[in-house]
Design a protein around this ligand. Sequence first.
Ligand code: FUC
Length: 767
Amino acid sequence: MDKKQYILSYNKPAQSWEAEYLPIGNSRMGVTASGGDICDELVINDKTLWVGGPSPRREYNGGNKKGVYKTVKKVQEHLYNGEYDSAVSLLGELTGEADGYGAYQKLASIFINTHFENTQYISRALDISDSILYSEFVGDKIKVKKELLASYPDDVIAVKISGDDSISFDVTTSDTPSDIEYDFCDNMLTFSGKLWDNDLLYCAVLLFESDGEVEFTDNKVAVKNAKNTYIYLCTKTDYAPCYPHYRKPALPLDEAKNTVLAAMRKGFEAVKSAHIDDYHKLFEKSAVDLGGENDKLYTDELLASFKADTLLHKEKMYLTELFYEYGRYLIISSSREGDLPANLQGVWNNSNCPPWCCDYHINVNLQMNYWHAYTTNLFDTAKPLVDFIDDMRSPGRVTAREYYGIDTDENNHNGWIAHTQATPFGHTCPGWDFYWGWSTAAVAWLCQNIFEYYEFSADKEYLKDKIYPVLEECAKFYTQWLIFDDKQNRYVSSPSYSPEHGPVTIGNTYEQSLIEQFYKDFVRCSEDLGIENELTQRVKEQLPLLKPYAVSKSGLIKEWFEEDDEDFDHSKTQKYHRHASHLLGLYPGKQLTPDNKALIEAARASLNDRGDDSTGWSRAYKTLLWTRIPDGNRAYSIFSGLLKTCVFDNLWDFHPPFQIDGNFGATAAIAEMLIQSHRGFIEILPALPDEFADGEFTSLCARGGFEVSAKWKNGEIEEITLYSNYNAPCRIKLPRYFVILGEAYETIDGIAQFDAEEGMTYTIREM
Ligand code: FUC
C-alpha cells in the first residue's frame, strides 16, 4: 500500500487554544502551539503536574471515609425490602472526600516574540505521518520557519527557528501555576516552582543553541541576529506513581539539564531522525486507505465543506482517514510506556482548573481512550493503562475495606476497587455525590481493557506476569461483594447506579453485564494459564447466576432490572441520555451479538430509542455500537454527524469542552467497520458503509495474535493476508470455497479453520 502523508494545515495562526492550537507530545510532555508570527504561544504540559493528593496541609487517605460499609449494608437491606426512600436517604453517606482530589495543572506558556513591523503569514501544519509541527511566515521580507517535535527517545521538546536572513526574537514565560525562580547560565534557562496545594516541585529547562547572540535580561531570553536557533526543552516534577507518598526523593533537575545537553550534543537533525524512527515504529504498524485524496484544501476548509456536504468523495474519504489516523497520532503522543495514561485531554491542558479536573474518568472515558489501541496495532501505547490499573490496587484495597467491608490489610491482596473518577494520587473512593460518584463495576470494565491486551496480543508472558495478578485480585473483590438475591434469583451488585442516569437500584445492567464479561474473561485467562483453584471455582459458580440481560415490555434491553415495575422511579431517567450503559455487552463487551437474535434486536431497538444525536464521545460510542449490530451505513452516518457537530478546526473532538475520548472512540469505530473478531472468528468488512466501497487496510489486529490486511472493490473482498504471531488455530469467516496459499478449502458453517504457524503469512482468496 502506498504511504500517504496525513497533514493538518491552515493558512492563519491559531487564536483559540481549544479549537485551533495544534498538539505535539511525547506522552509525559505536551505542547500546543498557536503558530503565531509576531507571537507564537507554546502551552507546555507535564502530565505529572497535579495538585491534590498527599500534602503537608491535610491528612490524605485517597478520599476514603471510614467504615462506610455499614451504611452500604443498610442500603442493601432497604433496597431488598423495597424501602426505596429509606435507601435514598442514606446515599449521601456513600461518598468520598472532595478534599485532596486535585486537578491537572498547566506548567507554563512560553512565548516566542518577533519584532517584525510587517508580516505575511504562509501556513502552519501538523504532519501526523512524521509527528512534526511546522509554521512559516515572512517578516519584513525575511522568511521564517519553525519546526517543533516532541521526542520520546530523547525526552525533549525540540524547536528549530530559522530565517533566510538574520532575525531577532525573545522568549518569555508566563502562566506558571505558582511563583517561579529563574536561573540562566551557559544559554540554559531554568525555572522552577512548588505547587501551592501539595508542595509538588516542578521545573523546566530550556537550552538555547544559536548562531546569533543569546542574552538573559528581565526574565527574558533575547536572541539576536540569528539565522538558526534551536531550543531544547525538558520538564520534570518530583511526582512518582508510588503509593502512599507519590513523590521522588528529590526534584530531578540535573536529569532535566543533562537531558537537554545530551539533545544539543546529538544535534537537532539527529534528534529529529531518531524521533521520526521511533514514531514510525508505532504509527506505521497499520494503515487504512479508503481512496482519500486532498491536494488543495486546508483542514478547516475541508471540515467546513464536509459540514456543507460539498466535498468530492475522495476528499471526504481523506478527512475520514485523517481523523482516523489522528486518533492514532494522539495516543502515540500522549501514552507511552513508563508514563501515566492519557487523561481526559490526553496530555494537553491550558488551565489550572480544567473541566472535570482533566482526570481519569472510569465510567467510560478512560476505557474509550484505549479502544483503538489493539485493533489499530498500538499495543505499546496501552502499557501506561495496565500500569495505572496495577498501581490502583494498593489504594483500592483501602476503599474495598472501608466501603465494602472486604478484609484487606497492607500485604493482603484480597480485593481492590475504584469508582467513577481517579487521579495520579490513588483516589479510588466514590465521588462526593452518589449520583455520579458510585460505580462499583468501573474496575470490572477497566479489567476488560487490559484483558483485551492479552486477547489481541496473545502474549501469555505479559498475561502471567502483569495482567493476571490484577484480574485475580479484582475477581477476589467481586466474588466477595456479590450477594444472592432470592427475589431476583441471581447474584447481584447492590446498590447499583447506571452511569449518571436513573435511580439507585439492585443489579442494574451496567453492573451485572460488566461483572459477567469480567468473569468470562477471568475464566478464559485462568484456563489459558492452567490455573484452577477456589477462586476460579467461585467465579464459575456465580457466573451463570448473574443474568445481566432482560428485555423490557417495550422490547428494549433493560437498563434497570426493575424498570417495568409499577413503583420504578422513571422521573430520574432520560430518553436521550448520552450514556448507553445497558449496551456495553454490544461494545466493548461480547454478550450481545447477532448469535442471539432476540437480544440483538432488542439492542437495535434500544439504539433507535436513544437516537443518534449526542455529545462528542457519546457519538463515537454510538458509532461503535452500530458497527456491532452490524449496520455500517448507520455507523458512518453517526460518525459524519460527529465530524459535523463535535469537532473543532484542529480536529479535537468536543463534548463540549474538548475531550480526547471522542477522537479515540471514533478511530476505534472506523477500525471496527473494517474488522471484528469478538464472536470467536475473524470477520473482514463486517460493517462496511457504502461510502467505503473500495479500499485497503494493512495490519489491523484480530484477537488471537493475528495481523490482517485486506483489499476490496465495490464492497467485495479481493484479497486477505493474515500474519500469525503464534502457532494457533485461526477461525475466519470466508466465502464457501476459498484458497489459502494455493490450496483449496471449504468452510464449515461459513467459517474456515486452519492451524496458523508462528511467523507465517497466509494469502487467502475466494475460489
Ligand atoms: C462522564 C460523562 C460526562 C463527561 C465526563 C468527563 O462521566 O458522563 O459527560 O464526559 O465523563
